[in-house]
Design a protein around this ligand. Structure first.
Ligand code: ADP
Ligand code: MG
Length: 606
């Protein structure tokens, strides 16, 4: 046992970490992942990073899958502040050791046989993402690391360097190693931390014989990278690293966080969020399970050309989300009245809006109830009535001074003092606009979807959408534990920055109430044109890119940092296929409606 393991008693705690996409990422994105990894090692200083294979069956309706997943854990000194890779407390559930079958084979309580393989020889250079390639073969891969005291580290690398330099008979590999050591030494001397580390694998199988075969497979896989592994003699323990005999019998290895980068273990190229919504299959045929609430923010954007399957995906998502959580509330703005048609399947009430209907969406009352702020009302009204820039201040002032004295917005608009402004607000005082403001707002009890197909004027569509979103947001969404506010055909609003800004504001405020924001639109570049739209695009933790127009390829590439081949794929993507980015995962996806869903949710006239 290395004596420095004995010297200090440390209490450990386990955290579950989130795996990230890696092998498919462009170079800069990989770098940013690796920086976080280096940050993790540096802040924890000692611990174990563990990757465990988890196999399970997943079923949704007629679809069923054998899933092979990897779960990641960190064993860190208790009380460590871990900020990287979305940590949450959880201990890995591992079967206990029952008995020693032969010197290198253990029988576990779950009836399987297991063996530890310890890496004892490393080449000077390793490819990035190497561990990921082993995850289908091994049951666990563990990287044990421990920072070496600074003074000791400097002394060590200097001694080693001197020894290498004075040794005369260097072969090619040794010279290579010496070069690598030289680099390591200079990094450590300039302040980089030095780590003592061990890498080991646990392999498992049903029979001792197949375990041997598997051990050989893993050995030769690793040999291919120049890594030598072997089973230490007389295995007793699998998991308890402090007493692991394997660690005792091997030479210590040293690296700084730079040279540990190839051993970055937290790689997972699938999206299997626990309790996630089943959306379809990834490029490798694995189910895609999305939990928007596990992401750093709750914005979900779907972008794709007409007919690429955006609305179908949204409907399937909303329907299945309710199956996962029946308490969830929806508020939807549905410009084409596609969702109102199937509102029952989404557990929502459908409200069809007509132009000659009194809607009770009075901006002044919305202001009083806290649904809108004075600045938002001023911006929306200015845009809807084309109030020129030089009168914006006047409108704001009048709203501030006089709105308290007006019973309604119509009254306010008819009694505006400034003669210039008054001219612009004339339209607000007569139908159809006055009808939007007059009357009582629709009563909102549960989920509700507003169909706007019968509102033909685009200007009114926009005005109504803005007011109704604020109203329902204020009355419903802040009260639910979890909710989704969705807007389809969102390109309609692009030319009206105040509305985009309002949506962006709702999305931001919604986060602390668990209100997710689902934004569905055709062209990313439209949205990217306004700063508010750009904020929505860039700050959405979840983005589904469906088929893009060739003209939109570059905008998408730029906004989402896609590679050439990804952009190419999107231009030719069949219906329901695309790229899903969720948190730090990035996968290709085929959205799979069930037969029933396809039938119910299709919009193509049959
Ligand atoms: N994932 C899918 N699998 C199979 N067919 C789909 C899928 N998504 C959409 N479709 C078909 O394509 C049609 C158009 O899809 P839709 O979601 O309305 O497109 P968009 O909203 O992008 O214009 C749907 O009516 C449906 O018949
Ligand atoms: Mg659509």
């Amino acid at each position: 046992m290395p004596d420095n393991y004995k010297s200090k008693r440390v209490t450990w705690s386990w955290l579950r970490l989130e795996g990230v996409s890696f092998t498919i990422l462009p170079f800069e994105d990989r770098d940013s992942v690796l920086r976080d990894y280096a940050g993790l090692l540096a802040s924890i200083k000692r611990g174990v990073l563990l990757a465990r294979r988890v196999d399970y069956e997943y079923k949704y309706s007629d679809y069923s899958f054998s899933v092979s997943d990897t779960a990641f854990y960190l064993r860190a000194p208790a009380g460590s502040q871990v900020v990287f890779f979305n940590p949450r407390p959880e201990e890995p559930a591992r079967p206990r050791v029952k008995r020693l079958v032969n010197p290198a084979t253990l029988e576990l309580e779950d009836g399987s046989y297991a063996r530890v393989l310890v890496a004892y020889g490393f080449p000077a250079g390793l490819p990035e993402g190497l561990l990921y390639t082993l995850y289908t073969e091994v049951s666990e891969a563990a990287l044990v690391f421990r920072e070496v005291d600074k003074v000791k580290a400097v002394r060590m690398v200097e001694t080693a360097r001197r020894r290498r330099i004075t040794s005369s008979s260097q072969g090619v590999t040794e010279a290579h190693e010496a070069g690598a050591l030289e680099e390591l030494a200079s990094r450590v001397l300039s302040g980089s931390s030095l780590f003592e580390f061990y890498l080991y694998f646990i392999i498992k199988d049903k029979e001792p014989k197949s375990l041997n075969t598997r051990a050989n497979t893993v050995k030769s896989l690793l040999k291919g990278y120049g890594v030598d592994v072997d089973a230490p003699p007389i295995q007793r323990e699998l998991y308890n690293l402090e007493t692991c005999l394997g660690v005792m019998c091997i030479e210590k290895h040293y690296a700084d966080s730079e040279s540990l980068k190839p051993l970055f273990p937290l790689i997972s190229e699938e999206l299997h969020d626990p309790n996630g919504v089943f959306l379809g299959v990834s490029g490798t045929g694995s189910p895609v399970l999305l939990d928007v609430w596990s992401k750093p923010n709750l914005n979900f954007v779907i972008v794709g050309v007409t007919g690429s399957g955006k609305s179908m995906t949204a409907k399937v998502y909303l329907k299945r989300l309710r199956e996962v959580d029946d308490k969830i509330l929806y508020v939807g703005v549905d410009p084409e009245s596609e969702y109102t048609r199937v509102a029952g399947l989404l557990g929502a009430q459908a409200v069809e809006i007509h132009e000659n209907q009194r809607l009770g969406l009075d901006p002044i009352k919305l202001m009083r109830s806290g649904a809108l702020e004075i600045g938002q009302v001023a911006d929306i009204i200015s845009e809807v009535y084309g109030v020129p820039e030089n009168l914006h201040g006047v409108l704001r002032r009048e709203l501030f001074m006089n709105s308290d004295f007006a019973d309604s917005f119509v009254e306010f608009a008819s009694s505006v003092k400034d003669p210039e402004l008054s001219k612009y607000l004339q339209g607000a005082t007569v139908p159809p606009d006055s009808l939007v403001y007059e009357g009582e707002p629709p009563p909102l009890a549960g989920s509700v979807i507003f169909g706007l197909k019968n509102v033909r004027s685009k200007r009114l569509k926009i005005l109504i959408s803005a007011l109704i979103s604020s109203h329902s947001y204020n009355t419903l969404l802040t009260k639910a534990r979890r909710s989704v506010f969705f807007v389809d055909e969102a390109w309609l609003f692009m030319e009206t920055p105040s509305i985009v800004s309002l949506f962006e504001n709702l999305a931001r405020r919604g986060r602390k109430h668990g209100a997710a924001f689902l934004y569905i639109t055709q062209r990313a570049e439209d949205l990217a044109r306004t700063p508010q739209g750009r904020t929505i695009l860039e700050q959405s933790a979840t983005v589904l890119l469906l088929r893009q127009e060739p003209e939109g390829r570059d905008a998408c590439k730029e906004i989402y940092k896609l590679s050439d081949s990804e952009a190419e794929y999107l231009v030719n993507a069949p219906v329901g296929s695309g790229i899903l980015k969720a948190g730090r995962k990035r996968i290709t996806i085929q959205v799979l409606p069930t037969e029933g869903e396809l039938k119910a949710f299709s919009t193509t006239v049959s």
